[in-house]
Design a protein around this ligand. Sequence first.
Ligand code: FES
Length: 148
Amino acid sequence: MEKYLSKLPDKVYKHELLSYLQEFQDKFGYIDLAFIEVLSKNSGIPSGKIFGITSFYNQFRFKPKGKFHIQVCEGSACHVNSEIGLIEEIKKLIKTDEKETSNDGLFSLEIIPCMGACSQGPVISINGKFYTKVSIEDIKIIFSDLNL
Ligand code: FES
């Protein structure tokens, strides 16, 4: 990360902020606060304002992903077919919340508006592997089968 930060241009323009944020997250998987400080210094925009901009966009996260990154679809098709409490059960099992990473670093959770498999909902993915028509009972089995 230090190497990346040292290569940033001395002058960053406001209209470039989002592309730098996206590039950083693509590279490191999350937005580090040290990066926001460097952007602030190089753009002259207060770090609190950059943090506010970053927080506004759901795509950005401030913690590294866990060993198991879980995406849960909350789109309307999945929502309609989902058992009540499915997402809450996942949060309980992994002991973490949306856009967070569990204290042990094992799990991170991301809620997605649609994962493109609407007829197969409810849909979740773990490290990119899709699980479809998922019930609360399935969730317990899926998580017990993970190689922790
Ligand atoms: S609504 Fe869930 S995959 Fe589209």
